[in-house]
Design a protein around this ligand. Structure first.
Ligand code: BDR
Ligand code: CA
Length: 311
């Protein structure tokens, strides 16, 4: 049986790999992909999603544009990491496939209301603005969501956009707070996991060796994307964040973590967007999310490479 998903994303080279992985996986039924502002403004992220679908030969996928700015704050972007287009590393033509009419947030709400409760999983690869807005507009959808699996936050590993905050949560901490307190089954792929999935030369070479066009494009993206983090962390390869969300759906046995309380810092200027994880259970606060902490990184890259070969 296939699992129905909605991907909410701000591509981003790592988002792009996540989307390719999902498109290559027969276990997943992608109901739609919704763009959010994050790594770059919405005007670019929605175009990038369509370019990625075309690389995969899937112009039939429904792509929507969601929110153009965080719920209560000014947008922070990350062109310094992803390049001016958000998808630097391989020149692609402007997409031909259409952007769906209508608001991406409405699409999320309408889809969850239409589908049988408990059958749709949200895969969040960017700031949680669309999801926070959907939950505010239509609180009834919280109980209809099967699970939200999101890339965001960090605890033992600290932050990446500030010393204590990870980019996706920092950009829209108010939306993140709504999502984490909505009562949904929530699974978090934080920096603690994604900093283990490094795009080493050997792993990238295995993707290049596939010899297909999608693989060639993916390698172009990965080579560009790693340069910032290699310089920053002084390591071989960059962390490949967002594909962990999709890999978790496909092979949860690659991951381990624990259910705990996670709160979002929304008021401190210094630590805005920090995910405060009660890993050791030192409070009585409700356990609201599974915080994954370890991954079998070789297993992750084998899965990614095997699936890219199918495109
Ligand atoms: C997250 O931020 C973005 O730059 C990446 O696409 C990923 O979703 C990592 O902090
Ligand atoms: Ca992203």
């Amino acid at each position: 049986m296939t699992r129905k998903i909605i991907i909410d994303t701000d591509p981003g080279q790592d988002d792009a790999l996540a989307i390719l992985l999902a498109l290559a996986s027969p276990e997943l039924d992608i109901l739609g992909i919704v763009a959010v502002a994050g790594n770059t403004p919405l005007s670019l992220t929605q175009v990038n999603i369509r370019k990625i679908c075309e690389v995969a030969g899937r112009p039939d996928v429904k792509v929507f544009a969601g929110c153009s700015r965080p719920m209560m704050r000014k947008l922070v972007t990350a062109e310094h990491v992803h390049g001016a287009t958000g998808l630097d590393g391989y020149d692609l033509p402007e997409p031909v496939m259409p952007l769906q009419e209508g608001d991406g947030v409405d699409f999320i709400v309408e889809t969850l209301r239409r589908e049988e409760p408990g059958t749709v999983t949200l895969c969040a690869l960017g700031p949680l603005t669309n999801i926070g807005t959907a939950l505010s507009r239509a609180p009834d959808i919280a109980s209809r969501i099967q699970e939200i699996v999101l890339m965001g936050g960090g605890y033992f590993e600290g932050g990446n956009i500030t010393p204590s905050a990870e980019f996706n949560i920092h950009v829209d901490p108010d939306a993140a707070e709504i999502a984490f307190t909505a009562g949904m089954k929530t699974t978090v792929l934080p920096l603690d996991v994604t900093h283990q999935t490094l795009t080493t030369r050997k792993r990238v070479a295995a993707i290049r060796a596939l010899g297909t066009r999608p693989a060639e494009v993916a390698v172009g993206w990965l080579e560009f994307f790693k340069r910032f983090d290699e310089a920053k962390y002084g390591i071989e390869g960059g962390p490949l964040h967002d594909p962990n969300v999709i890999a978790y759906l496909l092979k949860p046995e690659l991951y381990s973590g624990r259910l705990c309380n996670i709160e979002i810092e929304t008021s401190s200027e210094l630590t805005l967007g920090e995910t405060v994880v009660d890993w050791w259970g030192v409070t009585q606060r409700p356990k609201n999310a599974t915080f994954l902490r370890h991954v079998d990184a070789d297993g992750f890259f084998s899965l990614l490479t095997e699936r890219l070969a199918l495109l």
